[in-house]
Design a protein around this ligand. Structure first.
Ligand code: ADE
Length: 238
């Protein structure tokens, strides 16, 4: 998979893809991640990337020209109908469709090339959305000062689902949300710590009982933290 990030703050990403699973996946050639400065594609003499909104109002809007030029440079076209198959151009914005584990899974399974456009200021010229963007995505019902943290969230959650990214010792199958429930609690040594003990069932080696306990605890946790997942209204997995 290839991921390209378009941002006006490339330094924001200086180290973030250099740790843990993402780093390992990059070194193993499972994913290639490149970060591009939108300003590099500005053609006017001041290299402007934003301007005041038509109709008035506060803040600045990201201009279309540098973003169109960046996409043409990466994909050879600014017509989203003509993108190579498996290409997704994602605009991170609070107006987007909610990002969930099922969306991460969809990208990990279907996408070969993901271009993420990090929005800024008051927004991005709507012609970017109308012409270039295949998926407008929000990571939650709150407003970030820019799409950069959201791009990191998407990259991390998608890359760890790519084949072989987690290595043989781990699996995404038991992750929270993968079966519509939150994950169960986990314990490690010591079995007793400051008088707090590990549930006996985890120590007895009876795998059927352990599975049953984990399922019960996952249900309990889901009920207390995220009842909406059980009532099926807004399931994170769906
Ligand atoms: N940019 C600003 N807020 C955002 C959000 N909630 N999700 C994605 N991108 C954003």
């Amino acid at each position: 998979m290839k991921i390209d990030v378009l941002t006006i703050f490339p330094e924001f990403f200086a180290k973030v893809f250099d740790f843990g699973i993402i780093r390992r996946a990059r070194l193993a050639g499972i994913v290639e991640i490149n970060v591009h400065d939108i300003r590099e594609f500005a053609t006017d003499k001041h290299r402007m990337v934003d301007d005041r909104p038509f109709g008035g109002g506060d803040g600045m809007v990201l201009k279309p020209e540098p973003i169109f030029a960046a996409i043409e440079n990466l994909l050879g076209t600014s017509d989203r109908g003509a993108y190579p198959s498996g290409t997704r151009v994602v605009l991170l914005s609070p107006q987007g469709r909610p990002f969930k584990q099922a969306v991460a899974r969809e990208f990990a399974d279907d996408a070969k090339h993901i271009v993420m456009i990090c929005g800024r200021y008051e927004g991005v010229d709507e012609r970017v959305n109308e012409t270039l963007v295949t998926d407008e995505i929000s990571i939650g019902d709150y407003v970030l000062s820019g799409g950069e943290p959201a791009a990191i969230v998407l990259a991390d959650s998608i890359v760890r689902l790519l084949p072989d990214a987690l290595g043989s010792e781990t699996s995404a199958a038991n992750d929270s949300f993968s079966d519509g429930l939150l994950d169960c609690p986990h314990y490690t040594r010591p079995a007793e710590f400051r008088g707090m003990t590990v549930p006996e069932v985890l120590l007895n080696g009876n795998h059927a009982e352990i599975e049953k306990w984990r399922r019960e605890k996952a249900l309990e946790k889901t009920r207390s933290s995220r009842g909406d997942l059980l009532s099926g209204e807004k399931g994170e997995s769906g």
